[in-house]
Design a binder for this molecule. Structure first.
Ligand code: 5AD
Ligand code: SF4
Length: 485
């Protein structure tokens, strides 16, 4: 989706002149240059050129992929569902080791596709690209990759493609910045869904949880200006979006460092004034600084989903200290109680890691205890994965694979039991859901409740993207079967 302002920008660029220094004009300059080159290639090939962006990891990456797709579409590439495309980008994640292993396997597969289509271009970006040892490995073992760029220069895709095409070399073009540059606004973006969208409100993280690689690969915290965020939400609403998810690694600290400091609760109030936006979600708050004003805002603001994703990570105060999380087991439980008291019917979901270095059986039991007491509606559970360069990777008491697996299984069992009990309580009630998918085989719809759970029900494709009332007839553990009410 090129919004009207971007069309205007594109038209105003003169490509017979040298490239402008200013952003985003500079990127529009390269988009316009490439548009001509791609059109010529397509004419010679007798067909449109295609692209495929594969996203690994979190919502941040999904959002970045929309920006990459937006740039590729403005250049003239057409989306392809599979990797058999003329331009393939892997937008990678490195939060756990198995994510990296998966990506290397898939890049190998891309190499085999490229040997059949030598004009194919392959790019890799995202969190893995910010790691030095990954870059070394790509240079050594995967020389057929054309472009490698990082998390701080996603916006430069057009410029990098132009460079690669005009100065060909048999080595990958590597453009990874150590730290963040400016935040570039007003670039094209292609929405995955027409009716809901993620909106970045800040980038990076300053928390340095001892197991986590994010602060190293996404850099220090920096917030977008509220007026830019509101403008983006307004444009989205004008284009038919009714639900936005505000994205940041630690949304509670939104606004710090801006010319005029703004709190996250204040930002939410501003965003909720945008006409046409019916639902607002956000990810992710940190339990250490979830403010009362934010809880109050969720309670009173009808556009805010009554759902808080509150990563627990561990239920043991000792382990939380080693994780550098800055709250205790009791702090967390008190916070959960407060949320439930102040926001009746609020759903709380979480992330949990098992097998952090030094975790004893007693520590693990504390985690299970918090799961039982908190009544989560769902929980993402992870086996601890040592990440190179993080303090936890060097800590004594790394847990054996066997113990890790056994605790993980036991945690899953506890989570399933609790979430099934909590979700079953809603059976029989009527809830508003946003219809997100139409399943053509079965002629059924899938809708998302305020609390982020899904319900499948019969209905026509015309309801896609609408908010409708659905009766939750049957609870299937972590989703429902329902009927239009
Ligand atoms: N090992 C396992 N899980 C991790 N997470 C982050 N880093 C690691 C790691 N090294 C989990 C946390 C975080 C979620 C996005 O990923 O639970 O909240
Ligand atoms: Fe990682 Fe902690 Fe920052 Fe979340 S808050 S991104 S877990 S360092």
């Amino acid at each position: 989706m090129l919004n009207s302002c971007s069309e205007e920008l594109l038209n105003s660029i003169d490509i017979s002149l040298p490239a402008p220094e200013r952003e985003p004009q500079r990127q529009y300059y390269f988009i316009k240059k490439l548009k001509e080159m791609v059109a010529l290639k397509a004419e010679n090939a007798g067909r449109s050129l295609t692209y495929h962006v594969e996203t690994f990891g979190c919502q941040m990456n999904a959002k970045d992929s929309e920006k990459l797709a937006g740039i590729l579409q403005s250049i003239g590439y057409v989306e392809n569902e599979s990797e058999k495309a003329d331009f393939v980008i892997y937008n990678t994640c490195t939060v756990r080791e198995n994510a990296n292993t998966k990506v290397y396997g898939r890049i190998g597969y891309l190499g085999s596709l490229k040997s059949k289509n030598p004009d194919m271009m392959i790019a890799m970006c995202g969190c893995m690209s910010q790691e030095k040892h990954v870059i070394e490995k790509i240079k050594k073992n995967y020389r057929f990759v054309d472009i490698v760029f990082g998390t701080h220069n996603i916006y430069m895709l057009a410029e990098l493609i132009y460079l690669k095409l005009t100065e060909p070399s048999d080595k990958p073009l590597i453009s990874v910045f150590d730290s963040a540059s400016e935040i570039v606004e007003e670039l094209p973006s292609e929405l995955k869904y027409g009716f809901k969208a993620g909106v970045n409100i800040m980038y990076g993280c300053n928390n340095f949880c001892s197991y986590c690689i994010v602060p190293y690969v996404r850099g220090r915290e920096r917030s977008r200006r509220p007026e830019d965020i509101v403008k983006e939400v307004e444009t989205l609403a004008e284009n038919g979006v009714i639900e936005v998810m505000l994205l940041g690694q630690n949304v509670n600290s939104y606004g710090k460092g801006l010319d005029k400091e703004v709190t996250f609760a204040e930002l939410l109030r501003e965003v909720s004034k945008v006409e046409g936006i019916k639902r607002i979600r956000f990810m992710t708050p940190h339990p250490k600084d979830l403010s009362d004003s934010l809880i109050e805002e969720i309670a009173v603001n009808p556009k805010l989903c009554k759902h808080v994703h509150l990563p627990l990570q561990s239920g043991s105060t000792e382990i939380l200290k080693k994780m550098n999380r800055h709250y205790s087991k009791d702090d967390y439980l008190r916070l959960v109680e407060k949320i439930k008291r102040k926001i009746p019917g609020a759903a709380i979901t979480t992330d949990i890691i098992v097998g952090f270095p030094g975790e004893t059986e007693e520590d693990f039991e504390e985690t299970v205890d918090v799961v039982k007491k908190s009544g989560f509606t769902s929980a993402y559970t992870f086996q601890y994965s040592p990440r190179r360069g993080t303090p936890a990777a060097e800590m004594p008491g790394q847990i054996s694979e066997e113990v890790l697996k056994s605790r993980f299984e036991r945690l899953l069992e506890a989570v399933h039991q609790v979430t099934a009990e909590i979700t079953a309580l809603e059976t029989g009630s009527v809830k508003a859901v946003l219809v997100e998918e139409f399943n053509t085989d079965k002629q059924t719809l899938t809708g998302r409740l305020d609390n982020n759970l899904l319900v499948h029900f019969e209905g026509g494709e015309n309801l896609l993207g609408k908010i409708v009332n659905v009766k939750l007839d049957e609870c299937k553990g972590f989703y429902y079967i329902g009927s239009l009410a």
